[in-house]
Write a protein that binds this ligand. Structure first.
Ligand code: ACM
Ligand code: ZN
Length: 768
């Protein structure tokens, strides 16, 4: 050791000691980041002579480690007495719940924990200190591994650290579920919320009601493409699957060995069409309905009558028998009340019970179920709709429609779990590239997940103690395969694990680059595990900027300290990016991060059309809607056109119901012969192209006059192009152009959103 120390000290080159020193290895990325971590000099050698001692109540930890090593290299540390062992896991009451302290010296790995969870999490940290390739290969020729010496003190910020998976919309077999659970446990998450029943399929065998799987686990076909596509199309293929009770027991045992508690969700009273399809008497109409074949919210809900409660209590009894955890999730979300309104028995029940309306009837429904679940020694969790009509006395609320449900419930003294769509819905898009796989919509990039704070600002310190933690939700309407689930869940699950374990960041701009570096180091581990993660770490983004009337294009990477290379106009030469690129003519820029493994680099291509508007200044009579203003008004004259398919990018601007007046100040009087622009037209999404547009202009600050022009409208799918050709030659010299874009107006009868104002989405305004 000393020898290498002196080499390092004497070295005047900036080569790091770890490169010189065979006895030091590079630091490793640990996700979620431990609370306190100090690296020391030297290494601990992990080999055939490594032995382990575990306090008997902490066997979950040594079992995991020995099995992990054994499976990957064919040998594992022998269990010996405490004084002989090189890895000692012992009990110490001073360590916080689920926390651990770990000291790795050259001779010994010493771990202290006060409970089995903490001991187990120490093993997950140790695993991440071992080489990545251990995750994948059986290489019994490998006899030793070096791990860095260090000290860690670690404990979770929140006691509920969860991930959800919807197996109703698409079914994933038990092997995949076990894999998913193993990933949670690697990231020190402790709850798996298993969404087992849906309109589109019932997935859990219930012995007393065989039709639930025989009939309810299969649908006749499935919607293809996006729900908003017109017309909707179906694949014509029968689809389904379910877990037997034996499968469930196997998964439960696996979860237990991985320190994960499963929360089964049995949805009620809504999202129950598959069950009602299997047993039509559970609905209010008694009508035979199919297992749903498309997504959405369905009117067929459980009818609050005696036989429904008997059914649900019998189902829940079997479920509670199978799952040892204390929580049962009973759903409660998105339950339309129309069938209850039109049902004599329901209305009679409302009268008898002295309830105000159908919301109070839902509250009665949930309270009935809660009383039953509590009588078996378990607790219910429900989505935030269970607040409507009055909260069941002991319920925990899962807040998904924003954080308001959590705020209200915590103020009433109820436990809450945060899963707001804004930060927790991993079914939303994570990048705005046009080649992202089809998703439900929305936009939740990695950075936003990382920046999540599960404690709503509205809560006092006292009230915030009811916040158990947070969870990422994976709804699978648009995830037909395991690969797609992994793509949407990773790396956002890594960010969520840091939120709930390491604690929310207090300064995202300071902390996020460090997180990204940890994620980058974690990629080989995920590769070895075979996880099909999304990789946007090496994305390049660009922006047109103006400086003293000149135009430049700037490039940026999300990971700090990465070199960007670019080429211009299909030239072969790659230039290292060091400063904004001057733009003086039509230019195509191709840029990417310079990586040794080019497979990961995504090429960012931008075409800048250097039209007469690019050097202008622009003003709008109304600002764009906050949700669709990413590029601000400048996006309309930056020379860059938006996506042909996605109006949510930073080139399109969206306005809701406004008549627009867009002024483009050309600075000097210029000859203008044509003005082009395009609008998005997607009636299914309330978006309409204007019926007409007008061009007005001034010459030298005079009152604007309408310009004579010929207008041509070309419709191509969702895109409506307007081309205005100016007529009055040669006097078509103008100083300021004013494009008037009247809103389409009210959405007509029979269309989605009828009677509401239409949206206008406009792209680049090209001036020639
Ligand atoms: C939900 O997303 N319907 C809970
Ligand atoms: Zn643009």
């Amino acid at each position: 050791m000393k020898y290498f120390f002196w080499i390092c000290l004497l070295s005047i080159l900036s080569i790091s000691c770890s490169q010189l020193d065979n006895d030091t290895i590079s630091k490793r990325s640990i996700i979620p980041e431990p609370q306190e971590l100090q690296y020391h000099d030297g290494v601990f050698v992990f080999d055939g002579s490594t032995t382990i001692f575990t306090e008997s109540e902490f066997k979950i930890a040594s079992h995991f480690l020995r099995k992990y090593i054994e499976e990957n290299v064919g040998w594992s540390p022998k269990e010996v007495t405490k004084d002989q062992a090189t890895i000692v896991i012992e009990k110490s009451d001073g360590v916080p719940n689920e926390g651990y302290e770990m000291t790795i010296s050259e001779e010994k790995i010493h771990i202290k924990a006060s409970d089995p969870s903490g001991a187990f999490y120490a093993m997950q940290t140790l695993r991440q200190l071992l080489p990545d390739y251990l995750e994948a290969t059986t290489r019994s020729d490998l006899m030793l591994f070096k791990i860095p010496t260090l000290s860690i003190k670690d404990a979770p910020a929140f006691r509920y650290r969860g991930m959800h998976l919807d197996v109703g919309r698409h079914f994933f077999d038990k092997e995949f579920i076990k894999e998913y659970i193993s990933y949670l446990s690697m990231l020190k998450m402790n709850y798996f919320h298993w969404h087992l029943t849906e309109d589109q399929g019932w997935r859990i065998e219930i012995l007393q009601y065989p039709n639930l799987i025989k009939h309810g686990a299969y649908r006749e076909e499935t919607l293809m493409g996006h729900y908003n596509d017109t017309p909707q199309q179906f694949d014509g293929k029968r689809y389904g699957g379910y877990y037997t009770q034996e499968d469930i027991k196997e998964v439960v045992a696996f979860a237990k060995a991985h320190n994960v508690t499963i929360i089964p969700e049995i949805e009620m009273p809504g999202h129950a069409q598959a069950a009602i399809s299997a047993y039509p008497e559970l609905g209010c109409t008694g009508e035979q309905v199919p297992v749903a074949t498309k997504w959405g919210v369905f009117e067929n809900v459980y009818c609050p009558k005696e036989e429904t409660f008997t059914f649900l209590k019998n189902v829940l009894s079997e479920v509670m028998e199978l799952f040892p955890g204390e929580y049962i999730h009973i759903g409660g979300d998105e339950a339309p009340k129309s069938h209850w309104k039109n049902c004599d028995d329901c209305q009679q029940l409302i009268k008898e019970l002295g309830l105000k309306d159908e919301h109070e009837l839902q509250s009665y429904f949930i309270k009935e179920i809660e009383t039953f679940v509590n009588s078996k020694g378990k607790k219910i969790i429900g989505w935030d709709e269970i607040l409507e009509g009055g909260l069941a006395p002991n319920a925990t609320v899962m807040s998904w429609r924003g954080t308001q449900g959590a705020v209200s419930a915590a103020k009433e003294g109820h436990d809450v779990i945060l899963t707001p769509t804004s930060h927790s819905y991993f079914d939303y898009y994570q990048a705005d590239h046009s080649d992202e796989p089809l998703a439900i919509g929305g936009f939740l990039p990695l950075k936003k997940v990382y920046g999540f704070n599960p404690i709503p600002k509205e809560l006092t310190n006292e009230e915030s103690r009811f916040v158990l933690g947070a969870q990422g939700n994976v709804w699978t309407e648009y995830m037909p395969t395991e690969e797609q689930v992994e793509y949407m869940a990773f790396p956002r699950m890594l960010a969520m694990s840091e939120v709930v374990w390491s604690g929310p960041t207090e300064d995202i701009e300071k902390d996020y680059p460090g997180f990204l570096s940890r994620v980058e180091e974690f990629l080989p581990r995920m590769d070895a595990l075979g996880i099909n993660y999304a990789n946007h770490l090496y994305d390049v983004t660009g922006e047109v900027i103006k400086r003293n009337d000149s135009i430049f294009y700037t490039l940026k990477t999300s990971l700090p300290k990465k070199q960007i290379g670019y080429s211009l106009n299909s030239e072969k030469e790659t230039i290292r990016y060091s400063q904004p690129i001057p733009i003086t003519e039509n230019t195509e820029i191709k840029a990417s991060v310079i990586l040794s493994d080019t497979a990961h680099a995504r090429v960012h291509t931008t075409r800048i059309r250097y039209h007469k508007g690019v050097e202008s200044t622009i003003s709008l009579n109304v600002p764009p809607h906050a949700a669709y203003s990413a590029g601000d008004k400048e996006a309309l004259i930056n020379g860059i056109s938006g996506s042909n398919t996605r109006y949510g990018d930073k080139e399109w601007l969206g306005f809701w119901g406004d008549d627009l007046e867009i002024s483009i100040d050309l600075k000097h009087t210029k000859e203008v012969s044509k003005v082009y622009t395009r609008f998005f037209h997607a009636p299914g999404q309330w978006i309409y192209s204007p019926k007409e547009i007008e061009l007005w202009a001034t010459n030298d600050g005079n009152t604007p006059v309408k310009v004579p022009f010929q207008s041509q409208l070309t419709e191509k799918g969702n895109l409506y192009f307007y081309e205005l050709t100016l007529l009055e030659k040669p006097s078509n010299y103008y100083g300021t152009l004013i494009l008037k874009v009247p809103n389409f107006g009210m959405i007509p009868k029979g269309k989605q959103g009828e009677g509401n104002k239409a949206w206008t989405f406009i792209d680049e305004i090209i001036v020639e």
